[in-house]
Design a protein around this ligand. Structure first.
Ligand SMILES: Cc1cc2nc3c(=O)[nH]c(=O)nc-3n(C[C@H](O)[C@H](O)[C@H](O)COP(=O)(O)O)c2cc1C
Length: 325
């Protein structure tokens, strides 16, 4: 491997660390090897109460995989991706091989810029609606990664709001969930993970309630009630419910998030409603046909241009390994 190729692969793994993940657990480990990047699941970072089956862990890893692919496309490389390449090693989720140099398109550069710009924005979005033209681009972004995107209809919004509120009430009533949430919203600085309370928002009446990451008073961003009127709630879905489907769903989620940001929209994932069985069935019932809901993306025009604090990320030295000895 030339020094240049090694640099490109390392830079792509570093970009992949910027991916969103459930509770900012960053449940991945990257390895830069001769001419390849390998993505491993890190099950020590699984949320055993919130995510007992590891669905959202795999989804988070899928988002990281997509970020790496975006970075490599922007760096001018065509790649070959093998998902679950080794049947004897279920933790090895993907292997990316540099195939040949290619000319990066303007969209690749815009998606790569969106990796740095994207934050989960839990503040309410504006009344200005997300246009049908923007929606079409987001639908295409999901389809490019093998998933579907369903725009929840206005007459279905009350059901979505009830389903989310019900999931949140179920989770809050469980001591194990509350401890897990508390642990991941009060991380020591050195661990460089978890959801900082300053990236959460104060509890106000919303079209659909957001997950409450704020446990201490005066910690989250103060927001006004009644927002989100122009927001779209987009269900990422597909037919399967296997590990390979969750990994691909994560790639689709990343594609939707980065496309939305590149189009100037704010974004926030919603997964609590999918984590709890009954609310998940309610969301499934909103879909046309018989798809499995993977995650919901709330997107809209931002009201407040104030930048959101960065959620921390682990150092590359911890999350990226070198070649096998
Ligand atoms: C699978 C998955 C599920 C998530 N679920 C939620 C959620 O229910 N509510 C929420 O506010 N953020 C959710 N997030 C966003 C993460 O909390 C966020 O990515 C993480 O804290 C890092 O912050 P950043 O996205 O600003 O980089 C989710 C992200 C992923 C990938």
């Amino acid at each position: 491997m030339s020094e240049r190729e090694h640099e490109v692969l390392t830079a792509a793994a570093e970009a992949a660390l910027r991916a969103p993940s459930i509770f900012n657990t960053q449940p991945w480990q990257w390895r830069v090897d001769a001419n390849t990047l390998e993505l491993y699941a890190d099950y020590d970072r699984q949320l055993t109460t919130t995510d007992p089956y590891g669905r959202f862990l795999l989804l988070s890893c899928g988002a990281s995989l997509h970020h790496a692919r975006v970075a490599l496309a922007a760096a001018g490389w065509r790649v070959v991706v093998d998902r679950f390449p080794d049947p004897r090693d279920a933790d090895l989720l993907a292997r990316i091989r540099l195939a040949e140099p290619a000319v990066s398109a303007a969209e690749d550069l815009a998606m790569s810029a969106a990796i740095r710009a994207r934050r989960t924005d839990r503040r309410p979005f504006a009344e200005q609606p997300v246009s049908d033209a923007l929606l079409r681009d987001l639908v295409a972004a999901a389809q490019r990664e093998g998933a579907q995107l369903y725009d929840v209809r206005p007459n279905q919004m009350p059901m979505l709001a009830v389903a989310v509120a019900s999931a949140q009430a179920t989770q809050r009533s469980g001591g194990a969930y509350r401890s897990e949430l508390l642990r991941w919203t009060n991380r020591p600085q050195w661990s460089a993970d978890g959801v900082p309370q300053k990236t959460g928002v104060t509890h106000v009446a919303r079209r659909v309630p957001v997950r409450d990451f704020v446990s201490a008073p005066n910690q989250g961003m103060t927001v006004e009630p009644g927002g989100d009127l122009g927001a779209r709630y987009l269900i990422v879905h597909g037919p399967g419910d296997e590990p390979k489907d969750w990994l691909r769903a994560g790639e689709a989620v990343s594609s939707v998030l980065l496309t939305a940001v590149s189009l100037g929209l704010g974004v926030a994932p919603i997964s609590d409603v999918i984590e709890v069985e009954h609310p998940r069935a309610l969301v499934r019932g909103l879909l046309p046909g018989s798809g499995q809901p993977y995650l919901i993306v709330r997107c809209g025009h931002c009201v407040d241009a104030t930048p959101i604090d960065d959620a921390p990320r682990r150092e590359a030295t911890e999350a990226i390994r070198g070649p096998r000895p």
